[in-house]
Ligand binder design. Structure first.
Ligand SMILES: NC(=O)c1ccc[n+]([C@@H]2O[C@H](COP(=O)([O-])OP(=O)(O)OC[C@H]3O[C@@H](n4cnc5c(N)ncnc54)[C@H](O)[C@@H]3O)[C@@H](O)[C@H]2O)c1
Length: 368
């Protein structure tokens, strides 16, 4: 079993990764004084892992309840959160109770948002069940729901009590969702150093060839990178944490404009490519480096939907992104691996240009 630590001024917490972590989860919950426990479970996770969850459920000593959640971006909403509040209220949850989320990033984000706001915050534990949530969303404390056709517009910073990563959950995850997780791994490849770039690139190549042998190592590398960043800038105050948004202003617009037919990770792949093209266009990144990156990742297949999106509408969506300041689009760009530049203001024409380059890369099947 591997243990990582998120070190914060208050409420530092542990991430446990391995095949026995569900026993650690039971032991942990039984060791804290909680009165009630709500399992919010993704409906597909309930379907494929009923026995596993039933065993955990039966081993928790306090009064335990189950809430099945249908994880779609449309259900990542205030309305669905209200239903969770109603359940908590009807069953008299109090401030000594705990919510445990079993699911991907959508279930995790909504459950964490509900936990952070119900009675001004009750204990919350993350059990991520998708690759994307294992490498990224279960850690770091960003919670939220979509609102007004904008991604994650309403939310809080609220750290979980702990995170337990049980890789066997991935055995039932559809290929499309593995490749969605690969989108965030692609982003992490650029965020630290040459060694991690190569390790993540090699593992990503395996995932695109349906070989999952590098999963645990990938989860560990990405979470080490994220823990290090979040420990230094928990609430995006110094700016360091913004580097985790590489490609995300584009990605959120792609998701919204595709009416969520693109998964988050598929949109992030398109977004990271746009950020690379834009970085070269503005001369932060050399043409030589750009070409090297494109060659290194030429095994990545993008979702064709990216090619059909209207560039002007994407731009319009990007102007509504919550990371903008005074109506100006602020992007995360890069000079090199681990040399990330934040808050770059960019105009419409360069944005549209980078989207066109990403599309032409896609249409040429990975080749420019
Ligand atoms: N909070 C953060 O820091 C953060 C970071 C990155 C992404 N996100 C958010 O995460 C969301 C995407 O998360 P996701 O990719 O995990 O998607 P998701 O939660 O929608 O899960 C994807 C699909 O996989 C199914 N599923 C989940 N676990 C399964 C399993 N073990 N076996 C079979 N099917 C399973 C779900 O039912 C769903 O259909 C987006 O809303 C994104 O904005 C949040």
């Amino acid at each position: 079993m591997k243990t990582l630590k998120i070190k914060l001024n208050e409420n530092s917490y542990r991430i446990l990764i391995g095949k026995n972590v569900l026993s650690n989860l039971i032991e942990h919950v039984n060791s804290i004084p909680v009165t009630k426990c709500l399992f919010i479970i993704d409906q597909n996770v309930e379907k494929y892992h009923l026995e596993t969850i039933r065993n955990v459920f039966a081993s928790i000593n306090c009064k335990t309840y189950k809430y099945i959640f249908n994880a779609t971006e449309f259900n990542k909403s205030l309305n669905q959160t209200k239903l969770i509040y109603k359940f908590l209220s009807d069953t008299y949850f109090d401030r000594n109770s705990v919510i445990i989320s079993f699911g991907g990033g959508i279930t995790g984000d909504v459950s964490a948002f509900a936990a952070s706001t119900f009675m001004r915050g009750i204990k919350f534990i993350q059990i991520p069940t998708t690759l994307l949530s294992m490498v990224d969303s279960s850690v770091g404390g960003k919670t939220g729901v979509n609102f007004d056709n904008r991604k994650n517009l309403i939310g809080t910073f609220y750290q979980p009590d702990s995170v337990f990563i049980y890789p066997a959950f991935l055995e039932s995850l559809p290929d499309k969702e593995i490749l969605s997780g690969a989108g965030e791994v692609f982003k992490y490849a650029f965020l630290s150093d040459g060694k991690n770039y190569n390790l993540l690139k090699n593992n990503l190549k395996k995932f695109f060839n349906k070989n999952m042998s590098g999963i645990e190592a990938t989860v560990e590398i990405c979470l080490k990178i994220k823990s290090n960043i979040v420990s230094q800038d928990e609430k995006e105050i110094t700016g360091l944490r913004k580097i985790l948004n590489l490609g995300h202003t584009f990605a959120h617009a792609f998701e919204v404009q595709s009416k969520y037919k693109l998964t988050h990770g598929e949109a992030v792949i398109g977004g990271v490519y746009c950020a690379l093209f834009l970085s070269e266009n503005l001369e932060y990144l050399s043409k030589q480096k750009l070409n090297l990156f494109l060659k290194d990742f030429n095994f990545i297949k993008m979702n064709k939907i990216l090619g059909s999106l209207d560039e002007n509408k994407i731009y319009e969506s990007m102007t509504g992104d919550k990371k903008n300041v005074s109506g100006k689009i602020k992007l995360v760009l890069l000079e090199d691996i681990g040399k990330i530049i934040i808050d770059v203001s960019v105009g419409k024409s360069v944005i549209i240009n980078s989207i066109r380059k990403m599309k032409s890369l896609m249409l040429n099947d990975g080749l420019l």
